[in-house]
Design a binder for this molecule. Structure first.
Ligand code: ATP
Ligand code: MG
Length: 315
């Protein structure tokens, strides 16, 4: 079966700077792929080559088996939103979508029906006749998503669809993306948030400095990498050396450290054993004050995948 998207040995340079270096990636039909990487990793550049906005320096990309250099044909079944496009502020969603629909060859009564469907899908029907200029960022983002959905695409390519949104806006857009799943529809979505990938996608390709670090099934990636949990525990009385020794003898504790007289951290390699820790605290006549997980599994996994030093890696 033909893949939805194929990226073959893709390199894209700007002058002497190589933004994407020999990248291979496949998105199968029905697959929801997250393209994960820090700022400057090359996500937008890759998506621009796939959607024909940039031509490759070497290598190739194809969509449904059609080379993306044949832009018109390749994009027929694709809906995309790359970076943050501006909508005309005086236009209403209905006006913009009717324009986009006509460009995509949708005419007659089918056009209005399709506008209704996509505005329902992005939960913007009640705003259909209001000028877009008055909308919040999240609402504008949903209108751009609606534009991408107009041709009922079997491939959706979205560049950081939740970028710049507040937490509620992010949740709404993610919920909408989940609701767009169809058996034969594929999604390629870039993000720098692993939790977004784990919520929306079933596969992930991690890129850093223009190169693929790993490509995996999301569940597998999370399964292989759980167990980096560190617990931080506070007690009301003094922690003894005997207690720390006993703690270090726990099967899956890989590191344990007293952080001050009344607190310690324990890092686990498998499932964390909270009950065991509470038992041990009791057995050593310590009084538990609090027990918390430091950071989240996803945060630490993301940092270990992308490199902590790359938080603002604009080169
Ligand atoms: N037109 C261009 N000319 C020169 N350099 C560019 C151009 N477009 C991108 N770059 C560089 O290529 C690298 C990758 O940029 P890209 O926009 O693809 O990153 P990104 O992963 O999308 O980052 P972000 O998360 O910040 O959107 C960056 O170092 C950027 O400065
Ligand atoms: Mg980008």
């Amino acid at each position: 079966m033909t893949n939805a998207i194929d990226v073959n040995a893709l390199t894209k340079s700007f002058g002497s700077f190589t933004a994407v270096h020999n990248v291979n990636m496949t998105v199968k039909k029905g697959e929801y792929m997250g393209l994960l990487g820090p700022n400057g990793a090359g996500k937008s550049t890759m998506l621009k080559v796939i959607t024909g906005m940039l031509s490759p320096t070497s290598g190739s990309t194809s969509v449904n088996g059609i080379d993306c250099r044949d832009h018109r044909r390749a994009m027929e079944t694709v809906g995309c939103v790359i970076e943050t496009p501006e909508c005309y502020p005086n236009f209403t969603p209905t006006e913009v979508l009717s324009y986009v629909g006509k460009l995509r060859g949708i005419t007659g009564p089918g056009l209005n029906a399709r506008i209704r469907e996509v505005l329902d899908e992005v939960r913007m029907w009640e705003w259909r006749d209001k000028p877009i200029g008055k909308f919040s960022k999240g609402m504008k983002q949903r209108v751009t998503l609606a534009q991408a959905l107009m041709p009922d695409p079997d491939i959706l390519i979205l560049d950081e669809p939740t970028s710049g949104l507040d937490p509620r806006g992010m949740v709404e857009v993610r919920e909408i993306l989940k609701g767009l799943k169809r058996d034969n529809r594929s999604l390629l979505v870039s993000t720098h948030m692993l939790n977004e990938v784990s919520e929306v996608c079933n596969s992930v390709t991690v890129i850093r400095r223009g190169q693929v670090i790993l490509s995996d099934n999301v569940k597998e990636l999370l399964r292989k990498n759980t167990g980096n949990v560190t617990l931080e525990v506070y007690v009301r009385n003094s922690i003894t050396q005997e207690f720390m020794d006993a703690l270090r003898r726990f099967d899956n504790v890989v590191a344990a450290e007293r952080t001050d007289e009344n607190s310690f951290t324990a890092r686990f390699s498998g499932n964390d054993d909270r009950e065991g820790i509470v038992e041990l605290v009791k057995r050593h006549d310590l009084k538990l004050f609090s027990l918390n997980q430091k950071g989240s599994d996803l945060e630490s996994l993301y940092l270990s995948l992308t490199g902590e030093e790359d938080k603002d890696d604009i080169r």
